[in-house]
Design a protein around this ligand. Structure first.
Ligand code: C5P
Length: 313
């Protein structure tokens, strides 16, 4: 195989709790990560030269070695030098549909797709957990993006426990195109304001992380109860983003005015999403928000929760 095409879905966080800080400077988290149908399309092609080339149709996405998809190619070349020498480099084309710097794992899912593609092109025969382990070296959300679905994520977010999948639940998702947030900045701001609340001792951290498995939102996920899930959604990072960015707070408040089951910011933001009772209701809510906020800078999507991560097409 010289070439493959992949679908790389975005994620939202149904739950994100910050428990404490780790020795490596990352935060200890308890999350529920959820794939959605909104996805990028990735094409990966073997090159005769030993180079990595990235191109993207979105002007805000860098194509140099700062792009995490490029880093994924670089990591594979470093880890598998013989295959790199045998099969050559890779050309990675990204068709960006996922909003950028949005808290939707847009970069992480592209990196996960490159790992899956290179494994196939170079006939490496890696297992899912080997690909996830490589992904963890690129970013905390990359391991989740490989198989996707509905998953409890603890540690940095890379320790994954799958839950039964949720699908057929529709959401409306909104993001201002020109507002992108840096994840390190969001976590740093949270730490500056709230580190006094962090759990300090190892044992209590471990038991708090374990407790997420029996949290009420997990029970709602197990029961596939959209209304219960929607009212139990939580994201600690809202505390910093909604206070620093009134535009995001206003957008969240606008979403909550309509017939939705619950509203939340995803990940480190600034995208906001609302769970709706049906596809039809989601379309109506999207229209109502569009009428209330005519600003073209606001992108709005109707999409649904999905049980799939990276798909080879
Ligand atoms: O892992 P990733 O590169 O996606 O993380 C981006 C940044 O987000 C990290 O550099 C760190 O500042 C913050 N972060 C964190 N704790 C996590 C995940 C991310 O502090 N568990």
């Amino acid at each position: 195989m010289r070439h493959c095409k992949l679908i790389a879905p975005a994620k939202v966080n149904l739950y994100l709790e910050i428990l404490g800080i780790r020795e490596d400077g990352y935060h200890e988290l308890a999350m529920i990560l959820q794939s959605i149908d909104l996805a990028d399309e990735i094409e990966v092609r073997s090159l005769s030269e030993g180079k990595i080339i990235v191109s993207c149709d979105h002007p805000q996405v860098p194509t140099d070695n700062s792009n995490i998809a490029y880093k994924a190619g670089e990591l594979m070349a470093k880890e598998f030098p013989q295959a790199f020498a045998k099969y050559g480099g890779v050309e990675i084309k990204i068709e960006k549909r996922i909003p950028v710097a949005a808290g939707l794992a847009g970069g992480s899912t592209n990196a996960a797709a490159v790992l899956v593609a290179v494994d196939l092109l170079w006939e490496l025969g890696l297992t899912q957990s080997e690909i996830e382990e490589l992904g963890g070296r690129l970013g905390s959300d990359v391991p989740f993006c490989v198989a996707g679905g509905t998953v409890i994520g603890t540690g940095r977010g890379e320790q994954l426990s799958p839950l039964p999948s949720l699908d057929n639940i529709y959401i409306v998702l909104g993001k201002y195109r020109s507002l992108g947030l840096s994840t390190p900045w969001v976590y740093k701001s949270y730490r500056e304001k709230y580190s006094d609340r962090y759990i300090k001792d190892r044992e209590s951290l471990a038991s708090r992380a374990a407790a997420v498995h029996s949290a009420s939102i997990v029970k709602a996920v197990l029961g596939k109860e959209a209304k219960e899930i929607a009212v139990k959604m939580h994201n600690d990072l809202e505390k910093v983003v909604l206070t620093e960015y009134p535009q995001v707070l206003e957008l969240r408040e606008e979403f909550a005015k309509y017939d939705v089951l619950g509203v939340m910011m995803s990940g480190s933001g600034p995208s906001v999403f609302a769970i709706c009772e049906s596809h039809q209701k989601a379309e109506v809510v999207k229209q109502q928000i569009r009428e209330a906020i005519s600003d073209e800078d606001l992108e709005l999507f109707v999409t649904k929760l999905s049980n799939r991560g990276i798909q080879v097409v």
